[in-house]
Design a protein around this ligand. Structure first.
Ligand SMILES: [Zn+2]
Length: 251
């Protein structure tokens, strides 16, 4: 990876690609196709999307040269992210597809009807107006999952919050989110943010994340005090945490 200052490539300020579609290597760095989105932000941000496309978000006045240098300097990271995305199994939203729910792989049973979702045996029964549309199946299922997440996550908080209540803490308000890099967080403003993907893992994994975030009510960092509190409140938290290493699909 080159971290040299950008020295100028007069005719190549635009991105280029090799005919194979793979990023073209140049001695001065990797030239990568990217989409530039300008906004009122103050810093540059790089994203590799699920389909491998690269997006750069940049301040209005950032020069193309600066953006290109930024992309070039992170070409190895971009490449590794693209490989990761490509090797990740894509979730299908159609009859017969598998979907992990609370640690159990369920099989989608999709049929035509008024929108409804139910779990029965090992099946996720999904009724949708257009059963051939993966987008429609996804939308129906995700709407249902969001409701499940709200109620199951609240349950987990209720079960585990009582001790914290007895210590005088106020109960954080739940926000269910789709997050790419974290399972949960606790905000200073009194919110507990939990990743919707936790719904795909066994209940003990959810309980672990909730307990972890609740322990942040008392300890903001991950120091010895935090771990002592985790050990006291959930002695087997390490086993529960390991459940999150399972390679379930994460939306
Ligand atoms: Zn933490």
């Amino acid at each position: 990876m080159s971290r040299e200052p950008y020295l100028g490539k007069p005719s190549s300020l635009r991105s280029v690609r090799g005919s194979s579609g793979a990023p073209t290597e140049r001695s001065t760095g990797t030239m990568t196709d990217y989409e530039l989105i300008r906004s009122k932000r103050r810093s540059l941000e790089l994203r590799v999307l699920e389909d491998g496309r690269v997006q750069v978000r940049a301040p209005q006045r950032a020069s193309l040269r600066m953006v290109q240098a930024f992309v070039d300097s992170r070409s190895q990271w971009i490449h590794s992210q693209q490989q990761r995305q490509a090797s990740r199994p894509r979730q299908r939203w159609q009859d017969g597809a598998s979907f992990p729910f609370r640690g159990q792989p369920l099989t989608m049973d999709v049929s035509a009807g008024r929108s409804a979702v139910a779990v029965s045996g090992g099946y996720l029964q999904i009724r949708v107006a257009d059963p051939d549309s993966e987008a429609a199946v996804q939308q129906t299922l995700e709407g249902w999952l969001r409701k499940q997440a709200r109620s199951l996550f609240e349950d987990s908080i209720t079960r585990q919050f009582s001790w914290f209540a007895s210590q005088g803490y106020s109960r954080p308000a739940l926000r269910v989110k789709k997050m790419r890099t974290r399972w949960g967080s606790l905000s200073a403003k009194g919110y507990i943010n939990l990743n919707m993907a936790l719904l795909q893992y066994p209940p003990a994994a959810l309980d672990y994340v909730v307990m972890h975030e609740l322990c942040h009510l008392q300890h903001m960092d991950h120091g010895p005090g935090f771990h002592a509190l985790m050990d006291a409140r959930m002695p087997d938290w390490r086993q529960h945490k390991q459940l999150l290493d399972q390679p379930f699909f994460q939306p």
